[in-house]
Every structure is written in structure tokens, then in C-alpha cells.
Design a protein around this ligand. Sequence first.
Ligand code: 5GP
Length: 210
Amino acid sequence: MPSEKDGVMIILSSPSGAGKTTLVNLLSKKENYVVSVSHTTRNPRPGEINKKDYYFVNDDEFERLIRNEEFLEYAKVFNNLYGTTRTPVIDNLNKGKNVLFDIDWQGADQIKNKKLDYKLISFFILPPSKEVLFQRLSNRDMKDKLIAEERMKQFERDVLHWINYDYVVINDKIENCFDKINNLIQAELNDGSKDYDLNYIRNHIEKLTK
Ligand code: 5GP
């Protein structure tokens, strides 16, 4: 039975290249926070560790988990399947741990629609400008500018989902962004006042989508 002592679910989503993974890693260092480790059918990137970064599984295993209804949510992202299994999440929440989810908007929608008895706070992280985003994407995929261009197009589609999140935070500088997220979480947990300017966010999104 969920209770007051339960942990909260904290979702971070963002278009590719907005710096979300770094933020999740920083937040996970806070006391009482754990990261939900997803399953995926994509291949590991150099340096990624099975069961730490992801559970890397093949299509058959992923299909089996779907059939067994083990997923809290799952979705296809860039031609690969990604999913969050329910049991570790619920176990951690029941132990009072706050669970961080690094998932896309499809997964965020699914979890929101489940209306679980646990508090949910969702964040959508955006880059400070299209130019900075392109730079970040090009650095990451040095070998292939085409990938960066493709992801820019994807960005224009993904950004439209900001409306379904509790908060949109701009990642101008990682420390500032981390502080903003922390402050908003604390305000949510303690019913405190929130430093959040929705008009500013709307203007920013208008600039990003022009
Ligand atoms: P990457 O392959 O770069 O690690 O992740 C690609 C995208 O998939 C990111 O936007 C990431 O947030 C999302 N993602 C990672 N795990 C999950 C998951 O379990 N469910 C969903 N819906 N998206 C995920």
C-alpha cells in the first residue's frame, strides 16, 4: 500500500542533446535517489555497462517482457525498443527511495496515464538555443553530420510535447539547471513557493520552434 513515506517518481525527458543524462547522473548522487535502469534492444555504446546503463536485451527477450506485462511503460525510440520494468520501481518507491526516470515523452505519457498512487514530478529539459543544440549534437556524432541534422528534425517534433510536463527547464549551464530542478522538487515536496515563469518558457519554446 502506498503511504506518506513512499518515494516520488521523477521523470526527466528531453529532445536528444539537451544534456538530460548528465542531469540524471547528478541527481542520482543525492541521498535517497535511485535511477530506474531501462531495458533496450539497442546495441551498447562504447563504455556502456550492461545492467548499469541499460539491460541490453534482444528483440525476443523484449517481446517476452511485453507478453508477461512486466513493463510499466515501453516505447520505440529511434528504431529501438526501450522499456521500464515495474517491479524494481515499485520496490524502490515502497522503500522510500525517489526514482529517477530518463525516458522519452511516450514513456512519460504512459506513466502519467497509469495514475499510480505515488507522487510524480515530470521535467522536460530544453537547450538554450537551436545553435547550441546543433553544436552539442555535432560534437557527439563527429563522424556523421547527417545524424546531427536528422536529430535536429526530430527535435522539432519532440519539443511539441513540452506541454504534457509539470516543468520545462532550460539547460543553459548544467549547474544552474541542476539547481532549478532541485529547487522545484523541494518546493513540490514541501508545498513551498516555486520559482517558475511559464511565460518565459513559452517565449523560449516559440524561439526554438521558429
Ligand atoms: P539513448 O539510446 O540515447 O540512451 O536513449 C534514446 C532515448 O530513449 C532517450 O530519449 C531516452 O530518454 C529514451 N529512453 C531510455 N530508456 C527509456 C525507457 O525505458 N522508456 C522510454 N520510453 N524511453 C527511454
